[in-house]
Ligand binder design. Structure first.
Ligand code: FMN
Ligand code: FE2
Ligand code: FE2
Length: 407
């Protein structure tokens, strides 16, 4: 690939990680992801963020640099918005090629540069709001935006073009192939990247939602014309589309999210499964969209995105060794870690003798601010009573969701 011109003197260098890799070692990426670095050239040349040292990707990155007649040694300033290794694991090698580069980062990033990269020389710790004049009208200003996504994160703003190099914020899954800017997207592709942004958000950023809201408010006074994130599409026609999407995703933390319901169910021998259709029908009676996932078949990374966006959750699980069916416990634990809070919730499930799933669920979700309606529990195979209850309670949950969202 070649470097992609954003405007005179500013280029994007996107490198694609393909779908066989798990992001952060755990999240499936059916559509891959791009890792975007940026070059800003005045009299001096700055490189903003780097690339992961994986699967020969640094060679792609160097080829892109070369396409604008640059080599690592030509970089005067390396701006590190974020030390996570998806952007920095190639840094030690880059640094050997250019030991004189001046590195700009936050005070919290400097010790990470030492421990991850072994680098302490030519390091400049920025102060919040500080600017770096590259000449020819190109001025970079640095803003600390802690915890989007690590504590040391900052964003870089180029004033003359109004380009915000936002790092992980406003990022999405999905590789970049031929199309790099929002104005080149069809409606379907646009929806695709917003969905990829939601899944990326739910997997990577969700638990830092309070900081996302703070960061967005903090940057409200900047005249942002281009959002140039470190993952995914560049937003120059309508940067508000991705800013507003991220604002909305962050607001789901305290609820309500969208008037939708996510059903997550599991079953060993089909008894719990028998209620799924009726529950879904019950929700549909209220006209709400409903997303159905079975565990362990569906990956928790996909379930997270669906649950994050839904105001209602319906959890189907049998009892297993006096507790929840284990694959479901893994999902609930991930919800706790990722702060899937403030939901309307219904649980249903079969047990053989004394049960126990509900007890464990109640204990595990104590701090999630979930509002439960009466569960549907029974022994062995469901009878007509439970099948009817499924319709009723599915509908009741949907009604609660509608009321919640109407507030
Ligand atoms: C390995 C295993 C452990 C179980 N542990 C419990 C238990 O601790 N308490 C209980 O009431 N039922 C227990 N059961 C019974 C199941 O909850 C019961 O068979 C239920 O109907 C399964 O629902 P399903 O058909 O949706 O998988 C266990 C079943 C299995 C296979
Ligand atoms: Fe990150
Ligand atoms: Fe990243």
């Amino acid at each position: 690939m070649k470097a992609v011109k954003i405007t005179e003197g500013i280029h994007c260098l996107p490198v694609n990680l393909e779908s066989y890799q798990l992001f952060e070692g755990m999240w499936p990426m059916p559509n891959g992801i791009s890792i975007n670095s940026y070059v800003v050239q005045g009299d001096k040349t700055a490189l903003i963020d780097l690339i992961e040292d994986v699967n020969g990707k640094p060679a792609d990155f160097e080829a892109e640099l070369q396409s604008i007649s640059l080599a690592p040694k030509d970089i005067d300033y390396l701006i590190i918005n974020h030390m996570e290794p998806d952007h920095t694991s190639w840094l030690p090698i880059f640094h050997r090629k250019n030991p004189d580069v001046q590195i700009y980062l936050t005070a919290k990033a400097a010790p990470l540069l030492k421990t991850f990269g072994g680098i302490e020389e030519n390091v400049h710790v920025i102060s919040d709001g500080e600017s770096l004049d590259l000449g020819q009208g190109k001025i970079l200003t640095f803003y600390e935006t802690p915890n989007i996504h690590w504590p040391e994160t900052m964003m870089t703003f180029e004033q003359s073009s109004g380009t915000l190099f936002s790092c992980d914020a406003f990022g999405s899954y999905g590789t970049l192939n031929d199309v790099y800017f929002d104005d080149q997207l069809s409606t379907t592709q646009h929806d695709f990247f917003i969905n990829e942004a939601l899944r990326y958000y739910a997997n990577i950023v969700a638990s830092f939602s309070t900081f996302v809201t703070k960061g967005i408010n903090r940057l409200a006074d900047l005249d942002v014309k281009v959002i140039a994130p470190s993952h995914g599409i560049i937003w120059r026609e309508n940067p508000r589309a991705i800013i507003d999407s991220y604002s909305r995703f962050a607001s789901y933390l305290n609820g309500p999210a969208e008037p939708e319901v996510t059903v997550i169910w599991s079953s060993m021998y089909g008894n719990t499964e028998k209620l799924v259709n009726n529950i879904v029908q019950g929700v549909r009676k209220e006209g709400l969209p409903v997303h159905v996932h079975r565990v362990p078949e569906e990956h928790v990374g996909v379930i997270l995105a669906s649950a994050w966006k839904s105001s209602g959750l319906i959890l189907g699980m049998p009892t297993y060794e006096y507790e929840m069916f284990p694959p479901m416990a893994w999902v609930i634990d991930m919800f706790r870690r990722k702060k899937v809070w403030n939901k309307k919730v219904l649980r249903f499930g079969s047990a053989g003798w004394s049960g126990g799933a509900q007890r464990e669920l109640t204990a595990l979700t104590e701090k999630l601010k979930w509002d439960f309606i009466d569960p549907i529990e029974w022994k062995g195979a469901p009878t007509e009573t439970e099948l009817q209850l499924a319709l009723q309670q599915g509908q009741a949950l949907a009604q609660q969701v509608k009321e919640f969202c109407a507030r």
